[in-house]
Write a protein that binds this ligand. Structure first.
Ligand code: PAF
Length: 281
């Protein structure tokens, strides 16, 4: 497996693969890999001849009070794991390679970025959309693989690709969970044992919501209240949002009469966790 740090070299590598007639899948990550990322890599390798994983902690998508500086970084460990999942090349540029001068051009996806995480993380999706556009322009993959845990991110990137005619197929991949149900996230390492134990309420609440929905409940308020009561029973939980939104528009809905997303963001101590389920009538 190759580890490449410059745009010139990754372009050269991809060009060589294309000359050999190979298709290219891209798995964009910020590193600190867990099984969720590895499942994306395996999917990329199953669907494309060559799997490229980018590892780049993108400063543009972190707010001033967020965890950019302390975000876990471990390229050597990540490389070992990526190789086991079949990754052919890692693209791990330093910040000055991606942003050699202050960025003056940004990608804003309007309408999908104001609700949910966009409301509490202003500028976050602009940073994501901008860096993902740059990665698509650099690697020019046939397909790109994203985890459905970041459901809003997936929807934003799908819309961006469509609006800007970027020739890449976006492949959303299922959420990967720990054995006890906690959605895998690079931020889980910040949780104390007690916070981690209480955080399991998120999955319990989502399961309860699915059960209510399965039994015929279609009122978003009723389901949200049930989710809130399960999560808020944990003393360390601070709910950022519990929302049920239209899966396409990501706008709030009161009646679940079409495909909807139940999405939550909850803080335990200083750690903000997100999770979701899709409710399909
Ligand atoms: O989901 C992530 O890890 C990041 O938002 C992404 C897509 C790699 C962009 O920096």
């Amino acid at each position: 497996m190759k580890i490449i740090h410059t745009i010139r070299e990754i372009r050269e590598y991809v060009r060589e693969q294309r000359t050999l007639g190979k298709t290219v899948g891209l798995v964009p990550t910020m590193g600190s890999l867990h099984d969720g990322h590895l499942s994306l890599a395996r999917q990329a390798k199953a669907e494309c001849d060559v799997a490229v994983m980018s590892i780049f902690v993108n400063p543009l998508q972190f707010g001033p009070s967020e965890d950019y500086d302390r975000y876990p970084r471990n390229l050597e460990g990540d490389a070992r794991l990526a190789e086991t999942a079949g990754v052919d090349a890692i693209f791990a540029p330093p910040v000055h390679e991606m942003y050699p001068q202050p960025q003056m051009t940004f990608v804003d996806v309007e309408g999908l970025t104001e609700n949910l995480c966009g409301a509490s993380r202003p500028g976050h999706f602009r940073g994501v959309a901008t860096v993902v556009t740059k990665l698509f322009n650099i690697v020019q993959p046939d397909k790109a693989f994203f985890g459905q845990k970041d459901a809003q991110q997936v929807r934003v990137i799908e819309q961006m690709v469509q609006d800007l005619n970027i020739p890449v197929q976006i492949v959303p991949c299922p959420i990967v969970r720990e054995a006890d149900g906690l959605a895998m996230s690079s931020r889980n390492v910040y949780l104390s044992p007690e916070e981690r134990r209480q955080a399991l309420a998120i999955y319990r609440a989502l399961q309860a919501a699915e059960a209510m929905f399965g039994a015929g409940e279609r009122s978003a308020d009723a389901i949200r209240e049930q989710v809130r009561s399960i999560i808020e029973a944990e003393p360390l939980a601070e709910v950022d949002y519990i929302k049920i939104v239209d899966l396409q528009t990501l706008s709030d809905t009161s009646l679940i009469d079409r495909d909807c997303l139940l999405a939550v963001a909850v803080r335990f101590g200083g750690t903000r966790l997100i999770d979701n389920v899709i409710l399909r009538p």
